[in-house]
Design a binder for this molecule. Structure first.
Ligand SMILES: *Cc1c(COP(=O)(O)O)cnc(C)c1O
Length: 370
């Protein structure tokens, strides 16, 4: 786009394009004139949130005239207790994306660099570029993070290394031992961010809980979110866990009142509702297996050894036209060409009926376009 205001913007803004979210259901339904579309495009929990979180949210409706607790006392205390950490180690975000942005604004600036992997979550590039720092992208290995290639990019200019574990959109994950070795070798002037947005979905025994590593790595920041398994994507709540001194810096740039009051209340309730997490995990485990089988039965290859509440499937040809045809069937998935994966489509695990719709629509589309 030829934007007449671009030359007045900070120079790095020219290098940015807006994050592309999943297409909203309302938009597709308006376009197609239908009312039964299914959205499998944003890795949301198809069960939504638990009853306790919803009740806590609704109770806040009586107090909408009041500012929230800007320090997030109750939520930070609940998160700290959940992890066995101190409240001073918790930084709240308007979604964990907000925490990623806080990290970039504190530790990156023009002349500094951040390191991430090819195919990694798009926000690392956006947050880095937005503050005028330079992204250094390590080539992926088998779609996943190549920690050796990432380590080779470390220099005195490195401010932040972003690690998505597991990664979105590839679902690839890093085991405890190589990740610990990588962090041990990282110079202390580099902040290491381990983004664990899908933590609760991962059942592999070698998958690490890096929130337990903070005492060994003062330069480590772990991020988590309430948007995925807790089913509170609409409310925008996430958090960072770190050394208290790192949290203190993040809090210097955190917008006041960045997490609204109903969101804080719902998140406290969600964290305590282990039954909803268990139910959501069991649903995902069963339906993920079924969707994977269904996709393989269509002759499609999946990214190997992936985890999470989504699958990324290799269509063996450009995914754009297939995605368009699926939209015509009322099924919204996520093309990932902007992640360097033009032949792949990312599909979130939905309700059983939604997954059936996806598999039937994809079978029909593939047949039609064969
Ligand atoms: C979904 C996701 C997040 C969470 O973002 P929120 O801002 O908390 O909604 C963070 N990182 C990755 C890799 C994700 O896929």
């Amino acid at each position: 786009m030829n934007n007449p205001f671009l030359d007045r913007a900070a120079p790095q803004i020219a290098g940015l394009t807006p994050y592309v979210p999943g297409k909203p259901v309302t938009e597709l339904e308006r376009e197609l004139g239908i009312t039964d579309s299914v959205k499998l495009a944003s890795n949301e929990n198809p069960l939504g949130c638990g009853d306790a979180a919803r009740a806590a949210y609704l109770a806040e409706a009586e107090e909408l005239g009041r500012y929230p607790d800007g320090g997030g006392f109750a939520l930070r205390a609940a998160i700290a207790a959940h992890h066995g950490l101190a409240a001073e180690q918790v930084t709240l975000g308007n979604g964990s994306n907000d925490v990623l942005d806080q990290i970039a604004r504190v530790f990156l600036y023009p002349g500094g660099e951040s390191i991430f992997s090819e195919h990694a979550f798009a926000v690392y590039q956006i947050a880095t570029t937005a503050v005028g720092a330079t992204p250094r992208v390590a080539p992926a290995r088998d779609y996943g993070h190549d920690l050796e290639a990432m380590a080779a990019l470390v220099s005195e200019r490195t401010g932040v290394v972003w690690i998505a574990n597991p990664n979105n959109p590839t679902g690839t994950w890093i085991a405890a031992e190589p990740l610990r070795d990588f962090l041990s070798a990282l110079p202390e002037h580099c902040i290491a961010v381990v983004d664990e947005a899908y933590f609760e979905y991962v059942e592999e025994s070698e998958y690490p809980d890096t929130s337990t590593w903070l005492e060994h790595f003062p330069n480590l920041i772990v991020t988590r979110t309430f948007a995925k398994i807790h089913g509170l994507a609409a409310l925008r709540v996430g958090y960072g866990l770190s050394h208290p001194a790192v949290a203190e810096l993040l809090n210097r740039v955190r917008h006041p009142f960045n997490v609204n009051a109903p969101a804080q209340a719902a998140a406290v309730a969600a964290l305590a509702d282990r039954e909803h997490v268990r139910r959501s995990l069991a649903h995902n485990r069963a339906e993920l297996a079924r969707v994977r089988d269904g996709l393989r039965a269509l002759g499609l290859a999946l990214i190997p050894a992936s985890v999470g509440n989504f699958v990324t499937v290799d269509l063996g040809r450009l995914a754009g036209p297939i995605n368009q045809a699926l939209l015509g069937e009322g099924v919204i998935c996520r093309p990932v060409a902007n992640y360097g994966l033009p032949h792949h489509l990312r599909i979130s695990i939905g309700l059983a009926s939604e997954n059936d719709r996806l598999l039937a629509a994809l079978a029909a589309v593939l047949k039609r376009t064969a």
